[in-house]
Design a protein. Sequence first.
Length: 323
Amino acid sequence: METAGDGAEQPRRPGAWLAALLFAAVSVVVGCRAADTDAVTPVPQLLAFLPWLLLPTAAGLLLTLRARWWTGAVWGVALLGLLAWYIEPYGKTDDPAGPPVARLRVLTANVEYGRATGPLVDAVRREKPDLVFVQECDRRCGAVLERDLSATHPHRSAVEGDGSKGSVILSRLPLTPTPPVPGTMGMPGATADVGGRTVRLQLAHPMPPLPDQVPVWQRELAGIRDAAKAAPGLPAVLAGDFNATQDHAAFRRILDTGLRDAARLDGADRTPTWPARTAPAFGAQIDHVLVSEEFTADRARFLDLSDTDHRAVLVDLTLHTGR
């Protein structure tokens, strides 16, 4: 015989089950974040949007309260606390030593198979960056940039290629090309003389963490990390479409070499750069300008270029003498 109490509990069970499913899914992602691993699909893809996991967690917590499932409520509160902890910016922000030596304006843009080449040229003419890191610059894109920007940015280091494989660094300053980082897509490097100091430049564009390409993505991010560690005595700027956020373990290992995210230094961490169609309301910051400890950064801006699914990142840097 069913009691009145049993009848009152019955409608609450579906809500508790749904909350448990939400919490279980979020727990897997947060657990991988805590364990410092990107794991396997779909974890790397979900980690890119880790702050947005607050929404299903909050929804699950409301369901537990309506169902009076107090164990679930504790679970939900714990998840909210962990998410809030990991949403905090990652990495060092201490000021560099020594007086300033030179100022640099850096722009990085993924032009999506060269489609946004024209808007990029307009942005370069308007913003006047000293260094421009361009990803997915196909052969036509490279020819247009050479034609339209050679007067202001006569120096370049490039990996030519069709589709997404081409990339180029453009510079007002003389460049000495260095060997590119091996990868599916072009990642050229160079050194430049900045205020009398040699500065390493590296364009980053690893494979995205597609479901069948996660090992390639991890391997190419590791290659960028190795490049960051290659000459620790020199100031460095690494910029591009990293296809990763601070919530990815493979990206944090790049930061752990001593690099800092310029957007974070200017208080603009987690400003979405992709997908441009929904940014800044929704998205992930996967385009970065990373700098060594000799730099400070300010005026980080995110430019909307037409015909590409990425927002460009523009930041002003100051190079210091360092220790």
